[in-house]
Write a protein that binds this ligand. Sequence first.
Ligand code: PLP
Length: 397
Amino acid sequence: MTDDSPDRPARSLDTVAVHAGRDAVEGAVTFPIFQSATFHSRASDTSYDAVRYARLSNTPSHDQLHEKLAAICGAEAALTASSGMAAIAATLLTLLEAGDHALVQRGVYGGTHAFATRELARLGVAVTLVDGADPASWEAARRPETKVFYAEAITNPLVEVTDLAAVVAFARRHGLKTVVDATFATPVNLRPLALGVDVEVHSATKYLAGHSDVIAGVAAGARDLVRAITARQNHFGGSLDPHACFLVERGLKTLALRVRRQNDNARALAEALAAHPAVRRVHYPGVGADNAVPTAMRAAYEGGGFGGVLSAEIAGGGEAAERLIATLELVTHAPSLGGVETLITRPATTTHVGLPRAEREALGVGDGLVRIACGIEGTADLVADVRQAADRATSPR
Ligand code: PLP
């Protein structure tokens, strides 16, 4: 079932997420798992394109999921990968070759940072890290051989909204391709492709699949670009298994419902923590004067929120933050985000553990910073739990 009929108004994301994709098989209400590595060849077509083999991401399980993802992202086409990193790697290796240069937003996800600064460098691709919040600085970093601008829609763990309108304008002025990791923003809150971004990538492990039970990635964009990324991925081998396709597709059906609750939970927790004496500062877009959203992006976040992740600086530093974490009843101490259950981490001991203290603190990641990735629990329950833990963080009993 497709979404684009000229005879009726465009359907909401809620409806698209349930219905987009192929029609059911044999009357099955849900799309079945085609757990087959290979498929009969079509006698009439002897080209390589006609080969159906799971590594080529062209089985019915892939086709169904790709159609649904393209509809959700508002893309001509979408590709899945065996992880977010596989999607990011295949995309960058498609757009860049030896001798090229890329601008990469400073502070991107650690895996992406390592891939860009170590793996691409090994292949002869130069990378310059740029301050996503300072568009005036980008021009000086650009070179004649710059081909790509890579950014994250919302940064981790300080949850800053990147001015993607400025990124797209800069890239268009200089003929660069833009790749945006929209994992934290989600397609419910933001449509990067509608802003003019060339490729939208996701760790589908997070909100898209939504249940912390599968590792997957997505790249979405124009058909010719996605075809080129698919050709690269076919060689590197990072395709998604059919059973994992099923799990992602099942998760997508409730994406809009889940993300709206996660938006609400994060905002409510951010407001509650901002007013708590144990908290020095809260990071969540739009909460308090410290967390302004770039003007050009206010209208772009149309889904009613900025996702389920917030962070907070606990006044008593690392020890108080650890006490808060240990006192929580509903919130699990674990990395990742986007699942139905709320998770908490202390970035100084997880994502940023490899950085020298001074460098980490210069990035705004102090010992007392905790990152909370909201699930879909009842808002009042979550606020009550985090509040009681914050009460005890700085005044242990
Ligand atoms: N992008 C972001 C923003 C992430 O947070 C992550 C993982 O945490 C990734 C990409 C990589 O995704 P995956 O773990 O699915 O490879």
